[in-house]
Write a protein that binds this ligand. Structure first.
Ligand code: ZN
Length: 125
């Protein structure tokens, strides 16, 4: 069994937590000492680490993130992380489409108002 530990901090406002990742054959476990992790919930610390985000590591082993990413490749954890990344990409795309559609809606509503005002004016003449 291989094990890595990372001291992490997501933002300056929160305390430090320790994420422990263990690899046994192709089985990966990741534990975090934060309240969410302790409650068995998926926390941002583990999500960020497994996504390869070294910037949350405040210990001196941030370079080990590369090893962690290679550990999880082709495991269930890696596949699940890929799926999450894929869905996040789709959400970003959908958010942009929604923003574009919202802007277009506002433009069309403005044009409708102008056209109605013109009708009122024409009818009044
Ligand atoms: Zn955590």
């Amino acid at each position: 069994m291989k094990e890595m530990q990372f001291l992490v901090q997501y933002s300056n406002e929160e305390p430090h937590y320790t994420v422990t990742v263990r690899k046994e054959k192709r089985n990966i476990t990741a534990l975090c000492t934060c309240p969410q992790g302790g409650a068995g919930l998926l926390c941002k610390h583990r999500l960020s680490l497994l996504a390869g985000k070294a910037k949350i590591v405040i210990g001196d082993n941030a370079d080990k993130i590369k090893d962690l990413v290679s550990w999880i490749a082709w495991t269930d954890v890696g596949n699940a992380m890929n799926k999450i990344a894929e869905i996040q990409k789709e959400i970003k795309k959908a958010e942009k489409e929604l923003a574009d559609a919202t802007a277009n809606l506002a433009k069309q509503q403005q044009e409708l108002t102008e056209a109605r005002n013109k009708l009122i004016k024409v009818m009044g003449d």
